[in-house]
Design a protein. Structure first.
Length: 430
């Protein structure tokens, strides 16, 4: 039973679905992929336990079937050139296993969404302060596997900074645990960092343990428009040096028009704390910006933050994420012809190209972006491409040096000797 046989219709998907159905404790949890899922996998299996997922992995290994994790599917729809045979959805593994508000830790299955998790902790005014776009659609498994983050990365860090324990199903369907359920532990190898950003190529994440944080007692958004990007970045740097900001962005004019209705370069800064802390920080910011500042509170602040967090362009031909030395972010973006959300202080920005004529121009543009990123000590990852541009053969990930490539290839071989876990979806086609 091989992928080649299935692709040539020697074995129907219906028969394969029946074979996977026999591994599960009840029926109705295997289906032929439809809609967006069909761009990622041909068959979708929904286990409810770690044991069932282990059986699925063992069958895929014995039959040489590629296995991919399904969440929202947005990331894999961009990376995968062809659908895999089997997709695993953890939508039925979405429980909060243990939440200790006094210890500020939470254990949750990988199928729960970030939005649902934060709703459950709202009673204690705590949250997991990782805020990628549309958290109501982002599962904890995809959050870790794709190393997703948003504006709060400046003050709260990234996935690797908050993840303290993990469970995943790996080779031979074995459950592997690393880390623990307490903040200070030295249990096992630091597999949390290995799995973070692995895009499902080393195993299927089933459970996560995170440190959580208190929601600020009070917070406000400060907005300051500027006629040009250089002045905006200079002002943002001044705020970053002087204030303990929750997040800090510089927006290009078109992005700014979506967020605030102002078609200028825009600095967005969030301050938080108790009443005295917020008042003090607001005063320093006004002195620094000399009156070119508006303040949003309550509902207006939250709605603007959500627009900033979730910003996207339906007509964007290319979206990418650039990461460079923070001191070089401004000069790098000023040299690029694109719209952007720059996470000032972090050295990271989301880039959008809206008018791209054809695949050739897309390849040239991404090559130019990558050259600029490397010259600034960083790298660039393509996040999405319009369907008509995917024939250009644009790599989603940057290349790396030979030594790093050998190390990653060996890691893949050790973790996935059968080569079934989301093959071809990492750097260098791993």
């Amino acid at each position: 039973m091989t992928e080649a046989l299935i692709k040539s219709n020697h074995l129907s998907l219906e028969r394969l679905a029946a074979a996977f159905e026999s591994l599960l404790s009840d029926s109705g949890r295997v289906r032929i992929a439809q809609g967006p899922d069909a761009e990622v996998a041909s068959l979708v299996v929904e286990p409810t336990t770690v044991a069932e997922l282990g059986e699925i992995v063992r069958k895929c290994e014995s039959d040489s079937l590629a296995l991919v994790p399904l969440a929202g599917g947005n990331t894999l729809r961009q990376i995968r050139r062809h659908p895999a045979i089997v997709g695993v959805s953890l939508s039925r593994m979405d429980r909060i296993v243990n939440y200790e508000p006094h210890d500020m830790t939470v254990v949750a299955q990988a199928g729960i969404t970030l939005g649902k998790l934060n709703q459950a902790m709202a009673e204690y005014r705590q949250h997991l302060p990782l805020d990628p776009p549309h958290p109501e659609k982002v599962t904890l498994g995809s959050l870790v596997a794709c190393a997703k983050a948003g504006p709060l990365r400046l003050s709260e860090g990234r996935v690797r900074d908050l993840l303290i324990g993990i469970e995943f199903i790996g080779h031979q369907g074995r459950a592997v645990r690393a880390g623990g359920r307490v903040v200070k532990n030295v249990a096992g190898y630091d597999l949390m960092k290995v799995m973070t950003g692995s895009y499902g190529t080393l195993g299927i994440i089933t459970e996560t343990v995170f440190k959580v944080r208190p929601v600020p007692e009070k917070w406000e958004l400060l907005l300051a428009p500027f006629e040009n990007a250089s002045d905006a970045f200079e002002a943002a740097d001044g705020l970053y040096q002087q204030l303990p900001l929750l997040h800090l962005e510089v927006l290009s004019p078109v992005v700014s028009s979506q967020i605030s209705g102002t078609r200028k370069s825009l600095v967005v800064a969030a301050i938080g704390g108790n009443d005295a802390e917020v008042e003090y920080q607001r005063g320093l910011a006004r002195d620094r910006l000399k009156g070119a500042l508006s303040t949003l509170t309550d509902v207006a602040a939250f709605e603007t933050y959500v627009r900033l967090r979730d910003v996207e362009f339906e007509d964007a031909a290319i979206e990418a994420q650039i990461a460079v030395l923070p001191a070089k972010l401004a000069s790098c973006l000023n040299a690029l012809q694109c719209e952007y959300v720059a996470y000032a202080g972090s050295g990271v920005a989301r880039l959008f190209a809206r008018e791209v004529k054809d695949a050739k121009q897309a390849l040239e543009l991404v090559s130019e972006w990558r050259a600029k990123a490397r010259a600034s000590g960083g790298h660039l990852r393509v996040v999405s491409l319009a369907k008509e541009l995917r024939s250009a053969g644009i790599a989603m990930f940057d290349t790396v040096n030979e030594g790093a490539m050998k190390l990653m290839a060996e890691l893949k071989r050790r973790f996935d000797p059968a080569g079934i876990f989301n093959p071809g979806c990492f750097i260098g086609g791993l």
